[in-house]
Design a protein around this ligand. Structure first.
Ligand SMILES: Nc1nc2c(c(=O)[nH]1)N[C@H]1C(S)=C(S)[C@@H](COP(=O)(O)OP(=O)(O)OC[C@H]3O[C@@H](n4cnc5c(=O)[nH]c(N)nc54)[C@H](O)[C@@H]3O)O[C@H]1N2
Ligand SMILES: Nc1nc2c(c(=O)[nH]1)N[C@H]1C(S)=C(S)[C@@H](COP(=O)(O)OP(=O)(O)OC[C@H]3O[C@@H](n4cnc5c(=O)[nH]c(N)nc54)[C@H](O)[C@@H]3O)O[C@H]1N2
Ligand code: SF4
Ligand SMILES: [Mo]
Length: 606
């Protein structure tokens, strides 16, 4: 047994997929020995799938690392101490920045299915190095959808499958991949309720398609015809929600005219789905009280992906299935993930010092569009393996394994080896780490405070901070500490930023909040490097193993100011500083998670 072991069940979450279902675990001698669903988790309510049972393979994986590593000229690795690693990385990246500008360093990753808190601190390293370009896995799947979403409704939308009458799955196999709370239980409920229906658009008889009332076995890559036909039937058969469209949309006439011209018979032939099946599926959608629809990799990794994201939305907007129970709703996030990645709609100018003065809205070599602040993943090797003067010279990779997860592993390996400097932060010696100049070992997600910002529920949305239950492996550090050390080694922050704030933090969070507001007005570095500054000051007054949750204080403060009604509904209204502090305290002291949005209550109170 280690010091943290007791025979009690401890609250945490599964980190295998984006749902992060709540778990109760038992630990023994550094191992996770027993796992069950946490019934008090406000979103998953005890639900888990069998994948969660294998969590110890992550915690005690054979490839976990416990010392910073430096690659030798012969390609093998030697262990080095943290001070040497941080000093050398800071020196090399500073030299690259001085010669080629921060825009020659690419930041990749910053969080995966299970961990996002580290990414909040990376923001400080990114600023300290003047990094302009980022990418991560979202840019190989979700940027098309995000772009359409931004243009069509300006907010992120998620289906309410628990309450919908009709569920539509487009290129998605939720029985295996999940994607909404209590997925398998909800799928079974829909399957067994004669009043409800499931429509699956998938060339393959997936597990979900096998449960469906309507399986539209589309020919691979022809979803644009299938979805256009569905939308056209709605318009041509006068099945659209005209009053709703009049009240809530603009430009419908032009859409209707285009859809009037679609030959349903011809489109059915192209996509390989029987015309009669398309017609009965469209009729079922039109006759339902509520429809929820979700798309995923089958269309997002495929031809016409952005067009398909638009057509998907047309199907449920034409029938008025938006912003009601059981339909597609705009969720309120605690932290807008794309805001971490910069606003994609803003065209930023290069700093005056740069001769090029070109907007950052395009990648430097291939000129690929930046969406959600991300360059497309699969152009990264082309942005490196070239003699172009604006090529990337260095990469900083965190919580992701692009050599394994991107399309061309061989080119990605070559690209990483061609860089002047590459740094990987990971818990394990991954395929990507094996190409890096420096590998920095992180504490695992069960050894530090962790969380994800994949919180997509509405009208009640929850956030769970997971407390650490296992001692950190010797030699590893949490990302918060790694980024703080880097920013300090880069000469950006020190006691001048910290001293007063650390004193204020000892007096309590209200004093800290007032001091932080005062200090950030006077010292631009305090605002610029807020996550690291908060970690070094407020974090220093928190229990040591919770310190990496310190950046949440700033996120809570921003949230209660930006989302007043949603926060108020969940009990975090009133004076913003105090409300932000209450939310932060609630997060720290609620191991199963906190409801931070309760729109239903807000509406009732009005
Ligand atoms: N356990 C576990 N769960 C996960 C993840 C994980 O790593 N592990 N990852 C999570 C992540 S990041 C994601 S993005 C999701 C992905 O979740 P899904 O998108 O559900 O994942 P896939 O299993 O790739 O399912 C894609 C479906 O699209 C179908 N398809 C293929 N071609 C076409 C086509 O031309 N048209 C249509 N309409 N369909 C087509 C395929 O047959 C398949 O059934 O899973 C999440 N869930
Ligand atoms: N062939 C194929 N390729 C695919 C897909 C597919 O279906 N098929 N799916 C694609 C999709 S949708 C996605 S989203 C991407 C996902 O691809 P990536 O974003 O690369 O995600 P992972 O491969 O899960 O890598 C996560 C990394 O984080 C590390 N890690 C875990 N915990 C921590 C921690 O606490 N700190 C740090 N620093 N690191 C940690 C893990 O060891 C792992 O190396 O893959 C894509 N690639
Ligand atoms: S649905 Fe996802 S988060 Fe939940 S138990 Fe299964 S793999 Fe884990
Ligand atoms: Mo994904």
């Amino acid at each position: 047994m280690t010091s943290t072991d007791t025979d009690e069940w401890k609250k945490t979450a599964c980190i295998i997929c984006s749902l992060n279902c709540g778990l109760d675990i038992k630990t023994e001698a550094g191992r996770i020995t027993k796992i069950r669903g946490d019934k008090s988790h406000p979103i998953s309510q005890g639900y888990i799938c069998e994948k969660s049972q294998r969590m110890d393979y992550y915690q005690n994986g054979a490839d976990r690392i416990d010392s910073p590593k430096r690659r030798k000229p012969d390609g093998s690795y030697e262990n080095i101490d943290w001070d040497t690693a941080i000093a050398e990385i800071a020196e090399k990246l500073t030299a690259i920045k001085a010669t080629h500008g921060g825009e020659s360093i690419l930041y990749y990753g910053g969080g995966s299915q299970g961990n996002h808190l580290g990414g909040t601190y990376a923001d400080s390293t990114i600023k300290a190095l003047g990094i302009q370009y980022r990418s991560n896995a979202l840019a190989q799947e979700k940027t098309g959808e995000a772009w359409v979403q931004g243009k069509m409704m300006g907010v992120g939308v998620h289906g309410d499958f628990e309450h919908c009458e009709v569920a539509v799955f487009l290129g998605k196999n939720p029985w295996q991949s999940h994607g909404f709370a209590r997925t398998r239980a909800v799928l079974r409920e829909i399957q067994h309720d004669p009043q409800r229906a499931m429509i699956v658009i998938d060339p393959r008889k997936s597990e979900t398609a096998a449960m469906a009332d309507f399986h539209l076995a589309v020919r691979p890559g022809t979803d644009a015809w299938c979805l256009s036909a569905l939308a056209a039937i709605l318009v041509q058969e006068k099945l659209t929600a005209n009053d709703w469209l009049d009240q809530h949309t603009t430009g419908y006439q032009r859409v209707a005219e285009a859809l009037q011209r679609v030959s349903v018979a011809q489109y059915a032939k192209t996509c390989g789905v029987e015309e009669s099946l398309l017609r009965s599926a469209a009729l079922r959608i039109a006759s339902a009280k509520s429809v929820s629809m979700i798309e995923d990799l089958g269309v997002q990794m495929n031809l016409h992906s952005t067009l398909n994201s638009y057509l998907n939305r047309l199907v449920w907007l034409l029938t008025g299935n938006y912003a009601r129970e059981g339909t597609n709703n705009a969720f309120v996030p605690l932290l807008n993930l794309s805001s971490v990645n910069r606003d994609s709609t803003k065209v930023r100018k290069a700093p005056a010092a740069s001769a090029a003065r070109k907007p950052w809205a395009k990648s430097p070599v291939t000129g690929s569009k930046v969406v959600m602040g991300l360059i497309p993943c699969n152009v990264i090797p082309e942005e490196i393996l070239t003699t172009h003067p604006k090529r990337f010279r260095a990469m900083f990779i965190e919580s992701s394994n692009p050599v394994h997860s991107l399309a061309d592993s061989k080119r990605m390996r070559e690209a990483l080896r061609a860089l002047e400097c590459s740094v990987v932060i990971d818990v394990a010696m991954t395929e990507t780490a094996l190409q890096a100049d420096y590998v920095l070992p992180a504490t695992s997600q069960f050894e530090k405070a962790e969380a994800t910002f994949f919180n997509l529920e509405f009208p009640r949305n929850g956030f769970q901070l997971r407390q650490p239950h296992l001692p950190p492996r010797p030699g590893t550090l949490a990302e918060a500490e790694i980024h703080a050390r880097l920013v300090e080694a880069l000469g950006e922050t020190d006691e001048r930023q910290y001293r007063t704030l650390r004193l204020a933090a000892r007096l309590g969070k209200t004093a800290f909040g007032l001091a932080f507001a005062w200090k950030s007005q006077r010292d631009k570095k305090v605002a610029r490097y807020a996550p690291v500054v908060i970690y070094r000051t407020l974090g220093a007054t928190m229990p040591p193993r919770l310190a990496s949750a310190a950046s949440l204080w700033g996120i809570c403060q921003i949230y209660v100011r930006n989302q007043v009604a949603a926060a108020q509904g969940a009990g975090f209204g009133g004076n913003a500083l105090l409300a932000g502090n209450r939310l932060f305290d609630a997060i720290l002291s609620s191991p199963s998670g906190v409801i931070f949005v309760n729109a239903r209550r807000t509406h009732l109170e009005r």
